[in-house]
Design a binder for this molecule. Structure first.
Ligand SMILES: C[S@@+](CC[C@H](N)C(=O)[O-])C[C@H]1O[C@@H](n2cnc3c(N)ncnc32)[C@H](O)[C@@H]1O
Length: 219
């Protein structure tokens, strides 16, 4: 019998992997860099970053972080992340893997980082259950995600655009309520800042965003 892991399709998006570093660089010059710094400012101890992409977060980990295990399933992005890790002052180890099956033991990390990734993961409940498994009791999940708009008219537009969006963006979805998914997985959301990420003052389909921290219960 194949395991659940073996049954999951491989994450391989060569086109998206080629263009994502440029999309990200553009987003970073329009405010995305500050979002990453805000996300990571209070991280500490041992951290696992799920779906690390090309490693755009690595240079923003503070000195309070002892070790980052960065998991990335997409081969080209993982290669870029490995290069970014070599240039980063933070102690980052890049590993092949996916959020639904993290390659670390139970209760072995102080923090899990999810940035712009819950939109793309195929099985979000499984990924959040894994985040809870690997976190120590009281450990924190740091999240930065674009999400479904709270405005029903905008959310309807996002739903429509989402009929094609994932095909162009490596499986990214515009219409997920990731903060609610985090609560549904048993985390306590301690902070959540909602905002519209505008590009040159304009709304895009992925403008509605949240940056927050959620805690795994102590017992
Ligand atoms: C929009 S990119 C974000 C990359 C990075 N987290 C960042 O902040 O720039 C989405 C990432 O999710 C990854 N991804 C997709 N499915 C995944 C899964 N099941 N487990 C882990 N990562 C996944 C993709 O390969 C890609 O690197």
């Amino acid at each position: 019998m194949p395991t659940a892991a073996a049954k999951r399709p491989k994450v391989k998006h060569p086109f998206f992997a080629r263009i994502y570093p440029r999309i990200n660089a553009f987003a970073e010059t329009h405010g995305g860099l500050d979002h990453r710094k805000e996300l990571l400012a209070d991280t500490e101890g041992r951290v696992i970053e799920v779906g690390a992409g090309n490693g755009a977060n690595f240079r923003h980990y503070p000195a309070t972080v002892e070790k980052v295990i960065a998991v990335e399933p997409e081969p080209r992005l993982r290669e870029l992340a490995t290069r970014a890790a070599a240039e980063s002052s933070a102690p980052v180890e890049v590993r092949e893997g996916r959020a639904e099956e993290l390659p670390v033991p139970d209760s072995s990390v102080d923090g899990v980082v999810a940035s712009l990734v819950l939109c793309s993961i195929a099985d979000v409940p499984a990924a959040l259950a894994e985040a809870a498994r690997v976190l120590r009791p009281g450990g924190r999940l740091y999240f930065y995600e674009h999400v479904r708009s709270a405005d029903p008219r905008f959310a309807k537009k996002q739903r429509r655009i989402n009929m094609v969006w994932p095909l162009l963006t490596g499986g990214c979805n515009l219409d997920r309520d990731s903060e609610q998914a985090i609560r549904d997985a048993g985390f306590t959301v301690e902070q959540a800042r909602h905002f519209d990420f505008l590009i040159n003052g304009r709304t895009t389909p992925s403008s509605p965003c949240v940056i927050g921290v959620a805690r795994k219960p102590e017992n």
